[in-house]
Ligand binder design. Structure first.
Ligand code: RAM
Length: 546
């Protein structure tokens, strides 16, 4: 099996020695709710209180109940199932139950059919089990991500009804208990002008971000505990950064960096994603931007932990990624990628991600990400006291820093339009948030020029991001350019609009004006607790709001 070849056994052993402890906390449901359509709720649903399970409420075929656990968790559901005979009868058949696990109300309130999604239907959050020999202690086998659980009785015999007792969620995370950082206090005079309602919103955004990160911290940094459940490099980088500044984890990040380096393609490239169960193996796809951002993730890990030894181990993997990325440059040393398209048009062998916005031209962003990652490579070499690599490519004489100079120059020639003050991308000179944000982060522009570029794209209709992933980099660029007030304003309006929509954890994709947008052509395939959306906690700390 190709996905299992070329593994680095030593790296995988190190990763395995770092397997974290999973902490499990039993939690009872807070109550029974009835989902009710709402024209004012962003996602279309609200709840009314429902008839509780106390007092021996029993169920038969076709009856159902929706439990509310009061917040998002990842874990197993357990309960005691009791058969209550009718007219002196005893249970005389199994009981078949269907569970639907809702991260949001839509999951338990809407039908999954007709199914329009482009990913496997097996990701839909439902499970059917058959229970024999009542009364019986039941543990729903699969780990689920949920706030709500709909229990639907599919079938029992006519001679008995069933009762549910002691229903518990066992919430699991590898984030150690009580590791939440202190809440935001806005002590710095810099934030004295913030209105109380904004402070309250930012505090709530921080709580929701931390809950998001906590629930994605499992045996690895999962991108989402509902769907994918794997380590994607782009998500990992942001999770690790957020965790360094909040929960202070470095070991789970180290494990994931070694896991990725341990399962490369045969030519040394690292896959966009990797699975750790039942044994480590790589995903089949390759994302150019993720592969080079791996260098940033290694650098940031060494900076956060001081673990130079790991940095030296992982450096060759980081360096190797540039060989492939640099083949995307044309004769003018400008990165060119295929023009925009949706999920179906992705080239799995050479995927340029940046964001899920179908209409985004990515060339200029990838060019900047290349510059940023080369800068990180050079800093990493210094930090590890390595002699600066005299050439990034075996066939070229460029060091990381001389390549940076070359690529900054070609970027400004190809992508910067001085008369408009913005960076463009693609045949149609598209102006986007992504192109400006990455140019700023890569240091292709700075000072007033950077401010103008960001403001123009942001305030004058540049192509926007549809994922919190790109929104993160936009805000990071605002902060780097010294636009702190705009950064705060955007965190409040964007992450805040998810809070207003009822988010207990932050979503994978979110466009406030089109809340049901899904890159996978099915809202039910969305992950509503997604790693790359947890960075608001990092951003507010970078803004000095603690
Ligand atoms: C999706 C997931 C994941 C992301 C990739 C690019 O499958 O959302 O988090 O990294 O896309």
């Amino acid at each position: 099996m190709a996905h299992l070849e070329h593994q680095n056994a030593r790296f995988l052993e190190i990763a395995s020695s770092l397997a974290p402890t999973l902490h499990s906390t039993p939690q009872p449901a807070l109550g029974v709710v009835v989902p009710v359509p709402s024209s004012t709720a962003a996602l279309g649903w609200t709840t009314h209180p429902g008839e509780g399970l106390e007092g021996g409420r029993t169920f038969t075929d076709g009856e159902e109940v929706v439990l509310d656990f009061g917040g998002h968790r990842v874990g197993h559901l357990t309960f005691r199932l009791v058969g209550v005979g009718i007219d002196g009868q005893m249970p005389d058949s199994p009981c078949r139950l269907r569970f639907t696990f809702g991260e949001v109300l839509n999951d338990v309130a809407e039908e999954f059919e007709p199914y329009t999604g482009v990913l496997s239907k097996a990701w839909l959050p439902e499970e059917t089990i058959t229970v024999d020999y009542l009364p019986q202690e039941v543990r729903v086998p699969r780990r689920w991500a949920f706030r709500y659980v709909k229990i639907h009785v599919v079938a029992v015999s006519v001679n008995f009804r069933v009762r549910f007792e002691n229903i518990l969620a066992h919430a699991v995370t590898s984030c150690p208990p009580n590791s939440n950082p202190p809440g935001l206090t806005f002590a710095s005079p810099k934030w004295a002008h913030l209105e109380e309602k904004d402070k309250t919103m930012l505090q709530r955004i921080d709580e929701v971000s931390l809950a998001t990160l906590r629930d994605c911290m499992q045996e690895v940094y999962e991108d989402g505990p509902r769907r994918d459940q794997r380590v994607w490099i782009g998500d990992l980088r942001l999770q690790a950064l957020t965790s360094y500044s909040t929960f202070k984890d470095t070991q789970l990040a180290k494990r994931c960096l070694y896991l990725h380096a341990g399962v490369p393609f045969s030519d040394g490239r690292i896959a966009a994603g990797m699975f750790h169960l039942p044994y480590p193996y790589r995903s089949g796809n390759f994302i150019v931007d993720y592969s080079i951002l791996y260098t940033c993730a290694v650098l940031e890990y060494v900076q956060a932990s001081g673990d130079v030894e790991a940095g030296r181990d992982l450096y060759p993997t980081a360096l190797k990624q540039f060989e492939f990325a640099l083949t995307g440059l044309n004769e003018e040393n400008v990165y060119v990628c295929q023009e925009a398209g949706g999920f179906e048009s992705i080239d799995q062998e050479r995927w340029h991600f940046v964001d899920w916005n179908d209409s985004l031209s990515r060339s200029s962003s990838i060019h900047s990400i290349l510059i940023l990652s080369l800068r990180a490579l050079s800093t990493l070499e210094t930090l590890l006291s390595l002699p600066p690599s005299s050439h990034v490519l075996p066939s070229s004489t460029h060091s990381p820093t001389s390549l940076v100079d070359l690529l900054v120059e070609s970027s400004r020639k190809a992508f910067f339009r001085p008369e408009q003050g913005v960076f463009v991308s693609g045949d149609k000179d598209q102006i986007s948030w992504a192109s400006q944000a990455w140019a700023v982060l890569a240091g292709v522009t700075e000072g007033d020029e950077a401010k103008v570029a960001l403001r123009k794209a942001y305030e004058e209709g540049g192509v926007e991001g549809v994922t919190p992933y790109l929104h993160h980099y936009l805000v990071e660029a605002f902060i780097k350019a010294g636009l702190d007030d705009l950064a705060a304003k955007h965190i409040i309006s964007y992450w805040g609009s998810m809070v207003d929509a009822g988010a207990e954890t932050f979503f994978e994709t979110w466009v406030p004006s089109d809340p049901k947008l899904s890159p996978y052509k099915s809202f039910a395939l969305q992950s509503f607790c997604h790693a790359w959306s947890a960075t608001a906690s990092l951003l507010v700390r970078r803004l000095g709001m603690e």
